[in-house]
Design a protein around this ligand. Structure first.
Ligand SMILES: Nc1ncnc2c1ncn2[C@@H]1O[C@H](COP(=O)(O)OP(=O)(O)OP(=O)(O)O)[C@@H](O)[C@H]1O
Ligand SMILES: [Mg+2]
Length: 506
């Protein structure tokens, strides 16, 4: 029996793709976020969606998950026209979503978060013991070592991300939609996630995912759709693309040197950390000279962020010493750190960085959203011209200085945060995952900025889970595992990913 064309019949069209988007359009007041997007996702395929920051990927994804309504175009699921008035309706149709910005309840346990959406949908109440059992099962299957009873807010970003993925798995979706699921993960966790994705693919589940990590796209995707300026350019089988070609399609021009590292003769030791302990960190020591980029690699949970927070005075130090220019300093609060010329760009832009309700310009100008700043208010005129200089320099896609930070795309939020710190007159800059969620073109611009900073004699500590980046942009690399510094690679340029990974797994 042939289903009549365009009918809403429940008879699935066997030849049709799982999901088909045709000519999708979405406009926000003053912003045409998606102009003309078409793609299809087959059952049992991993389909990557790539494009520059602000290209419209998340907006398109949100139309698929029912979070946004398209202004034009058609959506088909299994050959039937579909339209989901809400995320709940999309979930009911078998679509599970993992967003770029995590949407879990920090105060609730992992288990509660895993079953939150389900209790609200068709499944009704499941007994707590059954929940705990299933939660354990799915976490174990993913190789995630998290106790379901722990509060989500007490987990690291990466662990939260894995819990979010576990939640989607529990929902037994037909189509799994993921917006930058690996952005907060390090290599080990990424491999685990890919294992899960392959398993899902084998069970004929369709996966649509957004990522800025092109290595990963090339490794996991069957097909790739490229988006630029609100429109899809086309879809290619991953095996027919090279990384260079993909970059060119995304950016619109070839990028000659991905890591434009410059080596300058390092100056005097600026920061020395001796046997620092606190939180998860045990006995960490490091030193960094003016003009140096010290990369810190390690798996998620290795204590890299904790170490950064100790140095910045954001968490209490149990033992150990911090010296600046050879003199011991007492850094007990971020305010002390900033006064001493030490800055930290945090990895969690939502919790510790941007004030989403404020305009882009005010976020940039905020001496600090917390009370720590010694700065006071700068003159508004100067501030506006500085803002504009940075927007142009980093190519931040913003409708105007008054646009609320909330409405910027994820990558552009990150650039805005970075811009804020780059304006500070500091000597030691600690960047925790500075390019997370940032597209290749913009990454390149951030690398150039890093070059500029070291040329001005700044010392940069760069924590990154992006191994090619750590290798490509650091002078030296420290590797952490289990809260300790377990290895040092004196010359990053001569190191290999395997070498770093071997140290990182302990
Ligand atoms: N709710 C909103 N209101 C107004 N403008 C929006 C809103 N959401 C997104 N935009 C704008 O739409 C455009 C596309 O944003 P989108 O988040 O889809 O980009 P993206 O491709 O996901 O980028 P990224 O890689 O940085 O995550 C951007 O210019 C963004 O500022
Ligand atoms: Mg996005």
């Amino acid at each position: 029996m042939m289903p009549s064309p365009g009918s809403e019949s429940a008879v699935p069209n066997a030849g049709a793709p799982l999901l088909r988007l045709e000519g999708i359009r979405k406009e926000f007041p003053g912003v045409l976020a998606v102009r003309d997007a078409s793609l299809d996702v087959r059952a049992g395929e991993v389909h990557a969606l790539v494009g520059e920051n602000g290209a419209g990927k998340s907006t398109l994804i949100r139309i698929v998950t029912g979070a946004h309504q398209a202004d034009g175009g058609t959506v088909e699921l299994n050959g039937s026209t579909a339209r989901w008035p809400s995320p709940l309706a999309a979930a009911g149709a078998g679509i599970a979503a993992i967003y770029q910005e995590l949407d879990m309840v920090p105060a609730l346990s992992v288990r509660a978060n895993l079953f939150l959406a389900r209790e609200a949908t068709h499944l009704g109440f499941i007994a707590a013991t059954e929940e705990r059992k299933r939660a354990r099962e799915v976490l174990t299957r993913m190789g995630v070592d998290v106790d379901p009873g722990v509060r989500v807010g007490d987990l690291e970003v990466a662990q939260q991300q894995l819990v979010a993925i576990a939640r989607a798995l529990l929902a037994e979706a037909r189509l799994l939609v993921m917006d930058e699921p690996t952005a907060a993960l390090a290599s080990g966790e990424v491999e685990r996630l890919f294992g899960v994705m392959r398993e899902l693919r084998g069970r004929r589940i369709g996966i649509l995912f957004v990522s800025h990590r092109l290595d990963e796209v090339m490794a996991i995707a069957d097909r790739v759709t490229v988006m630029r300026d609100g429109a899809t350019l086309g879809t290619w089988p991953a095996c027919e693309l090279t990384r260079e070609r993909l970059v060119e399609l995304m950016v619109g021009r070839p990028l000659d040197q991905e890591f434009p590292k410059v080596h300058i003769a390092p100056g005097l030791e600026v920061l020395v950390v001796r046997n620092l302990s606190g939180g998860r960190v045990r006995d960490a020591s490091l030193s960094i000279r003016a003009g140096e980029v010290l990369g810190i690699a390690g798996l998620v949970g290795a204590g890299r962020t904790d170490l950064a927070r100790l140095i910045f005075g954001a968490d209490p130090v149990d033992r150990g010493e911090i010296l600046l220019d050879g003199r011991p300093v007492a850094i007990r609060t971020p305010r002390d750190a900033i006064r001493n010329g030490v800055c930290l760009l945090t990895e969690d832009r939502k919790a510790q960085g941007l004030v989403l309700g404020l305009s882009a310009r005010d976020n940039f100008a905020l001496p600090n959203l917390d009370r720590w700043s010694p700065w006071g208010w700068v003159r508004r005129g100067k501030e506006l011209s500085e803002f504009e200089r940075f927007v142009a320099g980093l190519r931040i896609r913003v409708a105007g200085p008054a646009q609320p930070a909330r409405d910027l795309s994820g990558g552009n939020q990150q650039k805005l945060l970075l811009a804020r710190w780059l304006e500070r007159d500091s000597r030691v800059l600690i960047f925790d995952e500075p390019t997370r969620g940032i597209d290749v073109g913009a990454k390149h611009e951030i690398y150039l900025l890093i070059n500029e900073l070291v040329a001005r004699g700044k010392a940069i500590v760069m924590i990154s889970s992006d191994l090619p980046e750590v290798l490509g942009m650091s002078d030296r690399i420290l590797v952490m595992h289990g809260g300790r510094v377990v290895g040092e690679i004196p010359e990053a340029a001569a190191a290999t990913q395997e070498q770093v990974l071997r140290l990182a797994v302990g």
